[in-house]
Design a protein around this ligand. Structure first.
Ligand code: DX5
Ligand code: ZN
Length: 217
């Protein structure tokens, strides 16, 4: 099994002392910074926007993996690039002209990802998968940290893996929601390349060690 990409979700970070958590992640074995953008429309919660992304970019020494849980994400592609996003992921359910949106993300100089809600089937990606750098499978309903992992995710990973192979796509598979040490190994064995973890990492006593544990699986 190859070493997983670990992307700690800052939704569970300490917003009253962000710099401290940024530095911990810089000094850890984590690979990316996962930033969850929520608009109170696509999901029933509001998180943070451009000023916070820019502030994190200022100190982060690793790529920003930005997950947009917003309606009309195509309106904000340039702004997220300017704020410092390296990977930009939009939701399938939020994009009427997904193909165009993906082209625009790439043209802006970012890696392009698509996320699927737990109820959205894999086969809907058939005609876009060869264009994608990443597919983010939601393993909880988007909107909140600390929810219970949905078991059907394993079957979706297997289907996605097959689709990626059959279309000769280079897309990475990222899993987001309820990830911890109890399911991480099976997720990787089934075919995940990248794991997002929020509460499991930031609520742990030793963040550096917790990340090391995930990297070592
Ligand atoms: C949920 C977000 C996740 C969230 C994961 O809508 O997309 O990135 O922060 O949090 P945990 O790991 O606590 O489930
Ligand atoms: Zn996320």
């Amino acid at each position: 099994m190859k070493t997983p990409i670990i992307s700690p979700s800052f939704l569970s970070a300490d917003f009253s002392n962000l710099k401290k958590d940024i530095e911990i992640i810089n000094n850890s074995k984590a690979d990316w910074f996962h930033l969850d953008i929520m608009d109170g429309r696509f999901v029933p919660n509001i998180s943070f926007g451009f000023p916070v992304v820019k502030a994190i970019k200022k100190y982060a020494t690793k790529p920003l993996d930005v997950h947009l849980m917003i309606v009309e994400p195509e309106k904000y592609i340039t702004e997220f690039k300017n704020a410092g996003a390296d990977w930009l992921t939009v939701h399938y359910e939020a994009c009427t002209h997904l193909h165009r949106t993906i082209q625009e993300i790439k043209a802006a100089g970012m890696k392009a990802g698509v996320s699927l809600n737990p109820h959205t089937p894999i086969h809907l990606l058939e005609d876009i998968i060869s264009e994608l750098d990443l597919v983010l499978l939601m393993s909880v309903n988007p909107g909140f940290g600390g929810q219970k992992f949905i078991e059907n995710t394993y079957s979706k990973i297997s289907q996605l893996k097959k689709l990626i192979k059959s279309k000769k796509s280079n897309a990475l598979i990222e899993i987001d929601g309820g990830v911890d040490l109890s399911n991480a190994k099976k997720l990787l064995k089934t075919g995940a390349d990248a794991l997002v973890a929020g509460s499991y990492i930031f609520k742990s006593e030793d963040v550096i060690k917790t990340i090391e544990g995930l990297k070592k699986l």
